[in-house]
Design a protein around this ligand. Structure first.
Ligand code: URA
Length: 198
């Protein structure tokens, strides 16, 4: 089996509702030796259509945020808690999260990322196994055991949150800056570049 292939789920029918609503399985994207692993909730309509995580509006927000801290999409790996689009974009339920967990754990084990960045409430609560007040806790670095191995996890708001609530833009940006610094991939000018224009 090739290096990337075993991170790719090509067939899965564990979640009947998601099998019905998906048009394809959306696997993680990006280098399998990336220092940063971003984890979202699950594919939306655009992702389901194109077969890649964060390619819709949220993806544009994420790309802009990454650029502001001196990173680009190709520098990071990005994946989701569940790989199939839930009907009407509802949150994945506990059972669906559990069904897909092994795929996520395998991806984390393979990558051994410096930092896992959870985008929003669902991935933060799923991996920390506790309730999380994401807006309040964004930027907080946690140590968590995943499949028995301690990992560093940084809580971040979901990129879409910045579209509904402008005040979250700074929260989002600060968390990305921290992620880049922690992974040692920050462009030292990165944090300042947004301010330069003002
Ligand atoms: N939102 C997510 O949580 N994941 C995606 O892949 C796209 C939008």
């Amino acid at each position: 089996m090739g290096e990337m292939e075993d991170l790719c789920v090509t067939e899965c029918t564990r979640c009947p509702a998601l099998v019905d609503s998906r048009s394809r399985i959306v696997n993680g994207a990006g280098p399998d030796d990336a220092d940063l692993l971003f984890v979202g909730e699950g594919p939306g309509a655009n992702e389901d259509e194109q077969g890649e995580p964060f390619v819709g509006r949220s993806g544009t927000v994420l790309d802009d945020g990454l650029r502001d801290v001196g990173l680009e999409r190709g520098d990071i790996r990005i994946t989701n808690c569940v790989r199939c689009r839930p009907p009407e974009n509802r949150d994945p339920n506990k059972e669906e999260l559990a069904n897909c967990r092994g795929y996520l754990e395998r991806e984390i084990a393979r990558l051994e990322p410096e930092v896992i960045v959870t985008l929003g409430k669902v991935p933060s609560e799923h991996l920390l196994e506790r309730s999380v007040a994401v807006t309040k806790e964004a930027g907080s670095l946690e140590e968590v055991r995943i499949d028995g191995t301690p990992r560093r996890l940084l809580i971040c708001v979901h990129p879409a949150a910045t579209l509904y609530d402008r005040s979250q833009e700074e929260t989002f940006e600060n968390a990305l800056q921290r992620a880049a610094e922690l992974a040692g991939v920050a462009d030292s000018e990165g944090g300042q570049s947004r301010l330069d224009g003002f």
